[in-house]
Design a protein around this ligand. Structure first.
Ligand SMILES: *Cc1c(COP(=O)(O)O)cnc(C)c1O
Length: 395
């Protein structure tokens, strides 16, 4: 789709994006850049991908009219149920797409980075399904904190490698994965988990997640007679579920796009992941975007109660959507998100992922009219967050 909000031939979203990479990575990125569109736009590729999404992931995911939430907020709230996907979140849409791309390129070995382990689990799942070697890089600290997901990846046959450098979290795992890719350019494909990294990754991931808004359009048409909601709301970490939720509405300016980032203990607390609110322009993982940094340009460690949102940067497309005022950016604290997680659970009988709970905070921060159609992407289920919920709600 050509749109002034999508990537241009140079790999830029306005002034953001690009591919700022070490020279040794250039051949890998050049190769990917030159073939990805041709590969994923073939009917054979599309047929394989759509079949997997349907039979393996369980798509289309429902678009559910949330009656009691609608009543409470005096508007029309629809939930796009990405929580019902196999493996419990939207990440599998992307992992399966990229593994098919890897196969088309003749690769036999997959590497990926993971923070909380959600992208690691989705990628390890795709590798088990396809019988491919899988190495997941994960910060040593995250390995300690996310034991159940580490066990899942191992059970699925992946090798989990600890990144021992830096703060031993996602940023360090990403650096290790990039290093691996430089050393193994022939047989290895690097599956990035969000709309971040050097061009063409943000575009690849957005395309694979765009199935979310493609389905939303059809489903809304059936339910309301119009393909266009008034608002689409999603949480943003790197920004892949939001990109997918916005994708097919980017050029329909009557559809307002709302992204909610995590402000942790509060915007001014120093313990936050509110990249758009606090960030300056810089380069992270090969991409020019907003990031949270100190006066010397050092990245400040982000914090959020939800591991999926504590990334110090944000995808370049979101930086551009902010720059052009195409999207509205809100932020939600840990406590605001926790309150909404409980409310959604009690009103709708759906326990959301901690990340997704941030999106619902928009219901409290914006004024919606009774006739508005508000689609909120429920990016994942809360199973992985039960220890947080047990702790915070004294269950
Ligand atoms: C990983 C994750 C996110 C954040 O990632 P995005 O790329 O911003 O979508 C949000 N929700 C869930 C459930 C996740 O697992």
């Amino acid at each position: 789709m050509s749109s002034k909000y999508n990537v241009d031939e140079k790999g830029m979203y306005g002034q953001f994006g690009g591919a700022y990479i070490p020279e040794m990575l250039q051949p890998n990125i050049d190769k990917l850049k030159s073939v990805y569109l041709d590969v994923i736009n073939t009917p054979e590729f599309s047929k394989k991908y759509v079949k997997l999404l349907k039979d393996y992931v369980g798509r289309p995911t429902p678009l559910y009219y949330a009656e009691r939430l609608s009543e409470k907020y005096k508007t029309n709230v629809y939930l796009k149920r990405e929580d019902l996907n196999h493996t419990g979140a939207h990440k599998i849409n992307n992992s399966l797409g990229q593994i098919l791309l890897a196969q088309e390129l003749g690769k036999t070995r997959i590497i990926a980075e993971t923070g909380a382990g959600q992208h690691g689990v989705a990628t390890a799942t795709a590798c088990a399904l396809m019988g491919m070697d899988c190495v997941i890089y994960m910060g040593a600290l995250d390995i300690e904190r996310q034991a159940p997901n580490v066990a899942r990846m191992k059970m699925l046959g992946a090798k989990v490698v600890a990144a021992e450098s830096g703060n031993q979290t996602l940023k360090d795992a990403t650096n290790e994965a990039l290093r691996d890719w430089i050393c193994n350019p022939e047989d290895t494909f690097y599956i990035i988990g969000s709309v971040v990294g050097p061009h063409p990754y943000p575009d690849i991931v957005a395309r694979f997640q765009s199935v979310i808004s493609e389905e939303t359009k059809t489903q809304l048409k059936e339910k309301t007679g119009s393909e266009y909601p008034d608002y689409v709301v999603a949480c943003v970490g790197g920004g892949s579920n939001a990109s997918g939720s916005f994708y097919n509405f980017l050029d329909d300016e009557q559809v307002k796009l709302v992204a909610v980032e995590a402000s942790g203990l509060g915007i001014d607390s120093g313990e936050t992941a509110a990249t758009i609110a606090l960030g300056d322009i810089g380069i992270i993982h090969g991409s020019k975007t907003f990031l949270i940094q100190d006066d010397d340009g050092q990245i400040i460690e982000p914090y959020s109660i939800s591991a999926g949102l504590d990334y110090p940067g944000i995808g370049p497309q979101h930086a551009h959507l902010k720059d052009t005022d195409r999207a509205i950016f809100l932020d939600a604290t840990d406590q605001e998100a926790l309150d909404m997680a409980l409310e959604v659970t009690r009103l709708e009988g759906i326990i959301p992922a901690m990340e997704s709970a941030h999106a619902f905070v928009a219901l409290n921060k914006m004024e919606f009219k009774p006739e508005d159609t508000v689609v909120i992407t429920l990016s994942g289920r809360g199973d992985k967050d039960m220890s947080t919920y047990m702790d915070r709600f004294s269950l």
